[in-house]
Structure formats: structure tokens, C-alpha cells
Design a protein around this ligand. Structure first.
Ligand SMILES: [Zn+2]
Length: 164
């Protein structure tokens, strides 16, 4: 499947209540790959469009996939089970947000052009959800340094006091 097929009119999708579901190789996401230790596996995503009684357009987006990140403690691979669920309110570029939506943390507003690259949107959401400092729950640094004690401001302070 080519990337072109994921460029769609998101507003029309929402208006018609349509659904787009796909599984693509992780390596399809150029920017995401840069944050990964290994670009392996697949990502599955789904866009479900909805038009509410007031004519507002929404898309429920869900993304799932296991991504291989680098543990920032032991520097080995750590699998991050990515799971994103987001409800997006579609607005036109430059359109003001309705007041009640501003107070609703559950919903993100998304400015959409007539054609939206779904892959880029998925990629943005995954990058936002990604842990800044990925780590195993339980692991050791690769090289055991001679200094076990972490250098804390208090240790420095103690040292300074010792010298006076
Ligand atoms: Zn680790």
C-alpha cells in the first residue's frame, strides 16, 4: 500500500461517519524512526468519523503498536507498548474554538486542511505520547562506575562544609 492512499478528506470522513483502519510498517514513519532503536514491527491505527447533532465533526483516533526504544539507563532495547486513544474535534484553519470545547480536556481540536495525511497525524500522536526518558522497570547501568554515590547538591554542600 502506498502512502498516497492515506491522504484523505478528514471532514468528509467525519461527516459520513466513515472509518479508516490500517496496519503499516513502523518504518513508514520517517520522523518516528529517528526516535527508535530499531524500526521493527507494525502500527495499527483507526480513524472513526462522527458528526454530532449540532453538526460538529469529530474523529476518534486509536493507535496501537509495540515500539523498540532505547532504555536510557542500560542502553539496551526496551519495548514500549504504544497505545493512543484520542478524540479530535475538527475545525477549519483559523476557526475559533467553541467555548465549551476549550474547557474540555478530553478533546483536542485539530485544524484540518481539505486533505490530511493520516500517517503524519498518527506519527504526531505517537511522538507526543512517547516517553521522554524510556527505561526498563528494573535494570542496571551498563558499566558499573567506581562511584556509587550519586552526586547530589547535598553531597557537594557537605564537601564544601568539610573544607571550611
Ligand atoms: Zn534498561
Amino acid at each position: 500500500m502506498s502512502q498516497e492512499s492515506f491522504i484523505t478528506d478528514l471532514r468528509a470522513l467525519a461527516r459520513d461517519g466513515r472509518r479508516v483502519q490500517a496496519t503499516v510498517p513502523v518504518e513508514s514513519f520517517g520522523r518516528l524512526v529517528e526516535s527508535l532503536l530499531e524500526p521493527v514491527g507494525t502500527m495499527t491505527f483507526e480513524f472513526q468519523g462522527e458528526r454530532d447533532d449540532e453538526g460538529k465533526l469529530y474523529v476518534d483516533l486509536s493507535i496501537r503498536g509495540d515500539l523498540v526504544l532505547q532504555c536510557q539507563r542500560c542502553l539496551e532495547a526496551v519495548v514500549w507498548p504504544c497505545e493512543v486513544q484520542n478524540r479530535l474535534l475538527l475545525i477549519r484553519p483559523g476557526e475559533a474554538l467553541p467555548e465549551d470545547e476549550l474547557e474540555n480536556d478530553e478533546i483536542d481540536a485539530l485544524e484540518v486542511e481539505p486533505s490530511t495525511d493520516l500517517l503524519a497525524l498518527v506519527e504526531d500522536e505517537v511522538l507526543l505520547a512517547m516517553p521522554l526518558v524510556p527505561r526498563h522497570n528494573d535494570c542496571e547501568p551498563p558499566v558499573k562506575a567506581g562511584v556509587d554515590e550519586e552526586i547530589s547538591p547535598f553531597a557537594v554542600l557537605r564537601q564544601l562544609r568539610g573544607k571550611v
